[in-house]
Design a protein around this ligand. Structure first.
Ligand code: BG6
Length: 492
């Protein structure tokens, strides 16, 4: 059954970095998928742009290969490909050189009133110069949307520079800063869970919640991106953006409406309330790790320093754990434990809210143990929600309580395959819906807090602690939470 097209007007998307890794892995397959689901209008065009000549036929072949490589086999079909390939064009150009824009201008001429998306899937130091060139070439129309991929800078200072350069020629409402976690269905569901149900909100505060854990674990290594990754590390690559966005959605106050700025206002308040981590407590509140060779799923994997393109020494962290505090009325004294790492035993992203134990306990020791209630929001994979609670084990013998779970699996409940985050995000850019993108002050507030950690690590010379691939990070990360009498959540 064909679905209704969600966009009724023509559009153009120009992907700078159109032959790059992100375009091939994510953007072009996601656009193909949207076409396959009948989400795109007939007159929607996709123009790849990057340095180096290539004719249209060669570009179409590259995109077809990318769709085969990065989509499940059953998500590709020839009928859609025939239609999709007609949308594609390619321009060989240096996006930072104003003199290189003639061909692109010609392609876009006469379509000024339609949404025009410039997607900068390039290194962040090109964001400013590319935007300036687009402006000088006269291509920024009122209907233009500029999409910036992460990383949005390397630290607060570089992020401020990028925002100033881009903001000098494009208005804030036309800038779409991507954090692809916001496009994940389960992340969008966090707000629905909290604000469309009356059960949770009265309990969602320091009176009832003991602590929160946010885990984004990956089993992959640096996947052929050693040079980029080595200059970034897990804090910049994952915490500054994805984990902090998850933290914001978990901790923010109810927004006054679903309007983009109403939600962003509340997220910014959370980021501004994060207590800076200083030289004094950096050793107590953070752990940096780096993976060594080991095994995942029974298969041997190399260490970080043995990966393709690796140098022989590096102090870059591939794992980070942080005990963070949100210094506001709702969350005073409630720790937020964050952890993320590569080459961990499994891919697993989740948010765990642990509730306090009952104030007065009437059950004898012999009926235990009595683990506290936990609400587990599984972001990926096995998307769903689980509530862990105690129940009486049936039977006439001595009283025994057992931890049991109320379990909601999105796949079972909704019977649908969860789409890739980029499908939703690309659709929203074309439709002009900015809610799932970051406002300038959000990015800056996230960098401001992250910078305090980076600076303290540097000033204190905090080294990485090694962990074996396939383990849950360095033992210091276990100690970080266990010295508070708590444990990292493990699915049973
Ligand atoms: C990216 C990081 O932003 O997110 C990668 O740069 C990481 O290092 C990826 O692997 C994880 O995304 P996902 O959607 O697979 O959880």
């Amino acid at each position: 059954m064909s679905r209704p097209t969600l966009i009724s007007h023509p559009f153009d998307i120009v992907v700078f970095g159109g032959r790059g890794d992100l375009a091939k892995r994510k953007l072009l397959p996601a656009l193909f998928q949207l076409d396959r689901e009948n989400r795109l209008p007939a007159d929607g065009r996709i123009i790849g742009a990057s340095r180096g000549g290539m004719d249209g036929a060669a570009y179409r072949a590259l995109v077809e290969q990318a769709c085969h490589d990065f989509l499940p086999a059953k998500a590709f079909d020839q009928v859609t490909w025939e239609r999709f390939s007609k949308r594609l064009a390619y321009v060989g150009m240096d996006a930072t050189a104003t003199g290189d824009y003639a061909e692109l201008k010609q392609l876009l001429a006469g379509r000024e009133e339609f949404p025009r998306v410039f997607y900068l899937a390039t290194a962040p130091d090109l964001f400013g110069p590319t935007t300036r060139s687009l402006h000088e070439a006269g291509l920024i129309t009122p209907a233009t949307r500029l999409v910036l991929e992460k990383p949005l800078g390397h630290d607060l200072e570089s992020s401020l520079e990028i925002n100033a350069e881009v903001g000098a020629v494009v208005s804030e409402h036309q800038i779409y800063r991507i954090d692809h976690y916001l496009g994940k269905e389960t992340v969008q569901n966090l707000m629905v869970l909290r604000f469309a149900n009356s059960l949770f909100e009265p309990l969602w505060n320091r009176t009832h919640i003991d602590h929160v854990q946010i885990t984004v674990a990956e089993s992959v290594g640096v996947s052929g991106r050693w040079s980029y990754y080595n200059g970034a590390g897990a804090l910049r690559d994952m915490v500054q953006n994805h984990l902090l966005q998850l933290l914001c959605l978990t901790a923010m106050e109810p927004p006054i409406s679903l309007e983009a700025n109403a939600i962003r206002d509340e997220k910014v308040k959370v980021l501004k309330s994060l207590l800076p981590i200083s030289n004094h407590d950096i050793g107590q509140l953070t752990v940096r790790g780096q993976y060594r060779a080991g095994a995942i799923d029974g298969k041997p994997v190399p260490g970080y320093l043995e990966e393709e393109d690796a140098k022989s020494a590096s102090n870059t962290e591939t794992y980070v754990a942080i005990k963070a505090h949100i210094d506001n009325w709702r969350w005073a004294g409630v720790p937020f434990y964050l952890r993320t790492g590569k080459r961990l035993p499994q891919r697993c992203s989740e948010i765990v809210v642990q509730f306090r134990t009952p104030p007065h306990f009437i059950y004898p020791e012999s009926a235990g143990p009595f683990p506290p209630n936990r609400l587990v929001m599984r972001i990926q994979p096995n998307e769903g929600i689980r509530f862990q609670m105690l129940n009486k084990q049936p039977g006439p013998g001595d009283l025994k309580l057992r931890q049991t779970g109320l379990d909601l699996s999105f796949a079972d409940e909704f019977g649908t395959v969860i789409p890739d985050a980029y499908e939703r995000l690309l659709l929203d850019v074309i439709r002009g819906r900015p809610t799932l993108f970051m406002r300038v002050d959000e990015v800056e507030a996230a960098w401001r807090w992250t910078d305090t950690i980076l600076r303290s690590w540097q000033q204190q010379g905090i080294p990485v602690k090694h962990y074996t691939s396939g383990a849950w990070g360095p033992s210091a990360a276990i100690a970080l939470i266990e010295r508070d009498g708590r444990t990292w959540h493990e699915e049973d």
